[in-house]
Ligand binder design. Structure first.
Ligand code: ATP
Ligand code: MG
Length: 604
């Protein structure tokens, strides 16, 4: 491609709309333009990057035997009602764009495709002989994200590769899941990214697991906890660890103490001169289930620990049936306004005990009349502990389960793991923290969707069984920007060779010099002839402007037909290192082609 004929507009200044380097650079270098919040035009340079990523994804997916298809973006509400997700997705979470057509039919724009693909399997898969089966697509997804930001990182319209596999049993699902683990690792390595595969939360669906592929970068929205030995890495939402040992309590007698102004663990520990590990703290949550029931949840855990909302949501989902529901719609700490709706009297906030009376809840149609009391495993073995008294300004000390307090029957693991905790697999290792950008997620779904939609097959023994499913997603457009976030310098983008829009840019410093122009055109043509993606900067611009632009757009190799041409040489500059070499005109094409091939091969 000749730059003089391209829509090529670079900006000197950082655009005000962008906060992180990758977002600024993609806008400045003319890769994209914002059209609406979370909605971007992918310009020619970016499309080439997206296509290169998609092709790597395709090659790796096809190598596993998965087949590409293309599913509709417009999806009927009916299918989503069958899975039970229509109201959650369009109203409660509100992530799905929906519309009503001229026939008064409700439709949604696909945020994901479990419903559609399961309907196809229901229709077409009859027998175990057709299994396993794996279909994938690369397509634009729509999600009305609460906080679209950072450009392509969290868009409302973005490109995803999503794949869905169908199996006769869990064993077959696990085999495909392992293949996907390898395929995803290959994709990220080939794209030239530094990444980590981490244990992820698989939500209420449970199943035997899910893995996220995180590209490590400061701007990442996720926290990854890992050990130096490389054995353990998990999303902080999901991570497990050993809490520090509790310090034995110094209180030997149960009594109620006057503890003014101690509503927080810190203030209380200071006042009583005790360790936070001797305190049982009681945290109040308000959960709303999809049945419409509001439930007040009292979680007791060790004072030095925090509740992990994702883990708590998962525990509550397991109990949803007790409240006539299947999922948790919302979970949060009730504010004053929320408390007014159900509290019979002011709560002793900051001074609550595990036995906070149910009479704090006034009746109501959709409000469970009793607290749901949960205890985290960190608090079950504490002895002579400190806790609230249900009276503002007072705490009790020397309390014990089974004596002054009834221990909640439901023991759960809802504590937040944190950097510095000891690892479960080896307590001599402590958890380290890093920021990550979630690029891919592989997931063992099980029979959740096939049961809801009635997608069954006839097994070898002749019985009708629900299909066992897996799903696998890669954020293609997010990956493109994550690559820039991981690989840039003060001059601009530094694309990994495998996904660079062009591999080489041939720059003519002086368009008025025929010798320079002719030499550059010849090199450009020769590069194309050997299959190198080459760009020719034949614009009527000063050499300095051209060099700056080449650095900004991040092309891996730059060939300059400058002064050395007199000696039959050209200058070759490697973008990543800045290393400059003078190379004989006759050798340059083979040399650069060799470097590119080698680079692409080493990541294979
Ligand atoms: P996140 O937690 O970041 O919202 P998710 O769990 O909703 O991601 P999935 O539904 O598993 O994501 O989608 C698969 C992949 O699609 C993600 O791993 C991510 O790379 C990408 N993705 C998800 N949401 C967006 C978005 N709003 N913009 C760009 N890419 C996205
Ligand atoms: Mg999301």
């Amino acid at each position: 491609m000749r730059l003089s004929q391209m829509l090529f507009v670079t900006l000197r200044e950082d655009p005000a709309e962008a906060e992180i380097p990758s977002h600024k650079l993609l806008l400045r270098a003319g890769y994209m333009r914002r059209i609406a919040s979370g909605v971007y035009a992918y310009l020619p340079l970016l499309l080439r990057v997206l296509n290169k990523i998609s092709n790597i994804v395709r090659e790796e997916m096809n190598a596993t035997g998965a087949q590409e298809c293309l599913l509709p973006q417009m999806q009927p509400a009916e299918l989503w009602r069958e899975s039970g997700r229509w109201d959650t997705y369009t109203k409660a979470e509100g992530i799905m764009f929906s519309l009503v057509d001229r026939r008064q039919q409700e439709m949604g724009l696909g945020p994901t495709h479990e419903e559609v693909i399961t309907a196809i399997a229901r229709d077409m898969v009859r027998s175990y002989r057709q299994l396993p089966l794996h279909l994938y697509q690369i397509q634009t997804k729509f999600r009305d994200e609460i906080r679209p930001r950072f450009g392509l990182m969290r868009g409302r319209e973005f490109i995803m590769k999503d794949g869905y596999s169908f199996h006769a049993d869990e064993g077959s699902l696990r085999a495909t899941y392992q293949e996907m683990y390898t395929a995803y690792s290959n994709i990220l390595r080939r794209c030239g990214l530094e990444f980590r595969a981490v244990d992820a939360d698989s939500g209420a669906i449970g199943g035997s697991g899910s893995t996220e592929f995180m590209v490590l970068a400061e701007a990442g929205e996720d926290e990854v906890l890992y050990t130096e030995d490389g054995t353990y890495a998990a999303n902080a939402e999901k991570a497990v660890s050993l809490p520090t040992e509790a310090v034995p309590s110094t209180f030997t007698q149960f009594e109620k103490l006057d503890t003014p102004n101690t509503p927080t663990i810190d203030s209380l520990a200071k006042f009583l001169n005790c360790s936070p590990t001797q305190i049982v703290k009681n945290v109040l949550y308000q959960a709303v289930f999809d049945s419409g029931q509001t439930v007040l949840v009292l979680v007791s855990l060790r004072g030095d620990q925090d509740v992990n909302d994702v883990k708590l949501t998962n525990e509550l989902t397991k109990l949803a049936a007790d409240y006539g529901g299947t999922t948790v719609l919302t979970l949060g700490v009730p504010d004053e306004e929320a408390q007014r709706q159900w509290a019979a009297k002011p709560l002793p906030l900051g001074y609550m005990a595990p036995d906070l009376g149910d009479d704090y809840i006034k009746g109501g149609k959709d409000i469970a009349p009793q607290f749901l009391r949960l205890i985290d495993a960190t608090a079950t073995d504490l002895k002579n502990f400190v806790t609230g008294s249900n009276e503002v300004g007072y705490h009790t000390v020397g309390g014990n389960w089974g004596q002054q307090f009834t221990r909640p029957k439901q023991v759960v693991d809802v504590r937040q793991a944190a950097a510095g905790d000891r690892a479960r697999h080896d307590p001599s290792q402590t958890l380290q923290t890093a920021r990550g950008i979630e690029i891919g997620h592989i997931f063992q779904l099980g029979t959740k969707y096939s049961e809801k939609l009635g997608a069954t097959y006839t097994s070898e023994s002749g019985t009708e069984q629900p299909l066992v499913m897996g799903c696998y997603g890669v954020g293609v457009s997010r990956l493109a920007q994550a690559a820039v976030e991981q690989s840039h310098d003060k001059h601009g983008i530094v694309w990994p060779v495998a996904i660079a829009p062009y591999q080489v840019i041939v720059v003519i410093p002086n368009m008025g010099d025929d010798h320079q122009v002719e030499a550059a055109k010849a090199i450009y043509k020769a590069l194309l002839a050997v299959g190198v993606d080459a760009l020719l900067d034949d614009r009527d611009e000063r050499a300095g402007v051209k060099f700056k632009d080449a650095d900004l757009i991040g092309i891996p190799y730059r060939i300059v037909t400058g002064r050395a041409l007199g000696d039959g040489k050209v200058e070759v500059v490697e973008r990543a290192t800045g290393i400059v070499q003078e190379v004989a005109l006759t050798d340059v094409v083979a040399l650069v082609k060799g470097w590119i091939d080698e680079e692409l091969l080493t990541n294979r």
